[in-house]
Write a protein that binds this ligand. Structure first.
Ligand code: ZN
Ligand code: ZN
Length: 261
């Protein structure tokens, strides 16, 4: 039934305001604000500008998704895994393996992530495979190695200065922070498969965040997202006293996209 709104002379103020508000309900569209601010952050422009697209990484968009392709090699930094004699070769950190038992081979990675990442209703655990991609196109792994076993001292001795090593297929990957991604700072390291960015151990104000959730993330401003975004931090825990810091363990905060090779 269409309501008729006519101001009536002699009407009490209360009755008038009730009638007026009931008329407004019919004629106005109620705009519901987003329930969380993370819903409105579009990561597209940061992804496009921060991935090293001059290093064999390509970024394209498709509908609500962003597609990042890479050859998986750390083309922007040194590591012993380039091999002795390579221009980008450097020695292992002191006390580590002295002979690179593996090598870096070209891969064909495609990571598809949402342009507007959202919190998942049900949180899914990360597994032993690529759980994200660093800005240079190298995959990010969690704190486990084959068969989901937590990284141990033996595996860690194979890590280079970047907290990384190649698996058997020559697929180089980061498990830890390191001097070429983030070393006790607030650097943007890359993006996880759920579309949320991951930073070093510090926030942009130079402090270690104290309100991280079970996924080692929180909402707040970063250099790349000054108005705030949900973001992960590398774990501020000297893992097994090795001097390395795990990038990401546990579950995703959002819903993971695909990562294929
Ligand atoms: Zn590994
Ligand atoms: Zn933070």
């Amino acid at each position: 039934m269409k309501k008729i709104c006519l101001p009536l002379l002699g009407m009490s103020l209360l009755a008038f305001s009730l009638l007026f508000s009931s008329c407004k309900k019919d004629d106005e569209t109620v705009v519901t604000p987003p329930t969380t601010t993370t819903d409105v952050v579009d990561i597209t422009s940061v992804v496009q500008s921060k991935f090293l697209t001059n290093n064999g990484v390509t970024v394209t968009t498709s509908g609500d998704n962003i597609i990042i392709k890479s050859d998986g090699r750390p083309n922007n930094h040194k590591t012993p895994y380039w091999g002795v004699g390579h221009a980008m070769y450097e020695a292992f950190p002191a006390g580590h393996a002295t002979n690179p038992g593996g090598q870096i081979l070209v891969q064909n990675y495609t990571m598809t992530i949402p342009a507007k990442p959202k919190e998942a209703t049900t949180k899914e655990a990360t597994t032993t495979f690529a759980i994200g991609m660093a800005l240079n196109g190298v995959p990010i792994f969690n704190n486990t190695e084959m068969a989901g076993q937590p990284l141990d001292a033996g595996t860690i001795s194979s890590f280079d200065g970047a907290g990384a090593h190649p698996a058997q297929a020559g697929d180089y990957h980061y498990h830890m922070t390191g001097k070429y991604t983030s070393d006790n700072d607030a650097n943007l390291i890359g993006f996880m498969r759920d579309g949320f960015p991951i930073y070093g151990r510090k926030d942009k104000d130079g402090t270690y965040p104290s309100n991280l959730d079970a996924y080692n993330g929180h909402f707040g401003p970063t250099t790349e997202f000054p108005n705030g975004i949900y973001h992960y931090h590398a774990r501020n825990e000297n893992y097994l006293n090795t001097g390395y810091y795990i990038l990401k363990s546990g579950s995703y905060y959002g819903t993971k996209g695909t990562f294929t090779k």
